[in-house]
Design a binder for this molecule. Structure first.
Ligand SMILES: *Cc1c(COP(=O)(O)O)cnc(C)c1O
Length: 362
């Protein structure tokens, strides 16, 4: 049996609704900045529980524009987890600001207890990532941001609807940045993203920034970009959003099967922080024999992924920051040990049982 992350199953489940939404857009004769986007922005803002949503072209654009909209640039420092996807860090460096890396905790998120020692007089913001679908330790981080008068930006690309202490990720800070890349829990059928904000003026600024910096046609207040969430993706996202709670509930059932089924002592299973409402974007295990385990699973036609094999501070593009191996030993160790198991909506009982059986025999 071949088992791998597949997107066709979650499409098939609601195929008729997606087709109707797509046809509605094609027939409408209006494809950019229209009714579907307006409705999606309202529905997503309501769903998360924050006043304003501004739809963009991608999660990376959300991060880049968040840093830009807050006026953070050259000479400024932003504290960011050392254990994250490169896009988080690109959001900072695209604006000429400097990423200051912070080691992760045992839940793979930024270690709140290490943040304060990294703050300097140039620090302007903390950028947290709610990795794998689990919110970071937000009460502690919110308090640090308040105490030092820092902006708080949240990378929610993997955490739609994840909560900490009952409060949804994306509503703790100044800007919540979302991706709707197809594999995300709320995934579109192409690229798209959004920001969530509580401040109306800031929302207006994002609306201008995504549209060449223009509020009124041909009058440009900012040097903006072209980053709009198109009508087709907005219409398809409205369908997916209406089913997101069911999709997350299914993921929770699947992770329970993995957690109770995998008993091999060579495997470290994911842990959930107290007060955390995890939405299980990925199911990530660890093993000291990760590469061997990966090859063994491949040989059994089980396709796994590594999120992520090289931490940002070790990437060639960030050589100029002057970091070295062993500067962030915890993040580096995670990069050597993590493995994401097949985990997707529509995964069958037979498929998950097969993965569990093969892992237990490793
Ligand atoms: C996917 C992802 C992004 C980037 O989103 P795109 O829409 O692909 O640009 C940023 N940060 C994290 C943590 C992600 O997982």
């Amino acid at each position: 049996m071949k088992v791998y992350d597949r997107l066709d199953r979650q499409y098939e489940k609601y195929a008729e609704e997606y087709k109707q939404a797509a046809l509605r857009v094609l027939d409408s004769g209006w494809y950019i900045l229209g009714h579907e986007l307006e409705e999606f922005e309202k529905e997503f803002a309501d769903y998360i529980g924050y006043p304003y949503c501004v739809g963009l072209n991608s999660g990376l654009d959300a991060l880049i524009l968040a840093v830009k909209a807050l006026g953070i640039g050259a000479g400024d420092e932003v504290i960011v987890p050392a254990n994250t996807y490169i896009a988080t860090v690109l959001g900072i460096t695209a604006n000429g600001a400097v990423p200051v890396f912070c080691e992760p905790d045992e839940f793979y998120n930024i270690d709140a207890s290490r943040i304060e020692s990294l703050i300097t007089k140039r620090t302007r913001a903390i950028m947290v990532v709610h990795l794998y679908g689990q919110a970071a330790n937000m009460s502690a981080i919110r308090e640090i941001a308040d105490r030092h008068n820092l902006y708080l930006i949240e990378d929610c690309a993997q955490s739609h609807s994840a909560k900490f202490d009952g409060r949804t990720s994306g509503t703790w800070g100044d800007v919540g940045c979302f991706s709707f890349y197809p594999t995300k829990n709320l995934g579109a059928f192409g690229d798209s993203g959004a920001v969530l904000v509580k401040d109306e003026k800031l929302a207006e600024k994002f609306r201008a920034l995504r549209n060449y910096g223009s509020r009124v046609k041909y009058h440009n207040d900012y040097c903006g970009v072209n980053s709009r969430l198109d009508e087709m993706q907005a219409a398809l996202l409205r369908v997916k959003l209406s089913h997101l709670d069911e999709l997350i509930a299914e993921r929770i059932t699947l992770k329970d099967k993995y957690l109770s089924g995998i008993t091999n002592p060579a495997i470290i299973l994911p842990k959930v922080r107290e007060k955390s409402g995890h939405v299980w974007h990925l199911f990530v295990i660890r093993s000291e024999r990760r590469n061997e385990l990966h090859d063994y699973l491949e040989a059994h036609e089980i396709h796994t992924q590594i999120h992520y094999p090289i931490p940002p501070h070790m990437q060639k593009c960030y050589e100029y920051l002057g970091h070295h191996k062993r500067n962030f030993p915890i993040a580096e160790r995670f990069a050597d040990e993590v493995l994401s198991l097949p985990f997707y909506n529509g995964m069958t009982e037979d498929e998950i049982n097969y993965v569990i059986e093969v892992i237990n025999a490793f």
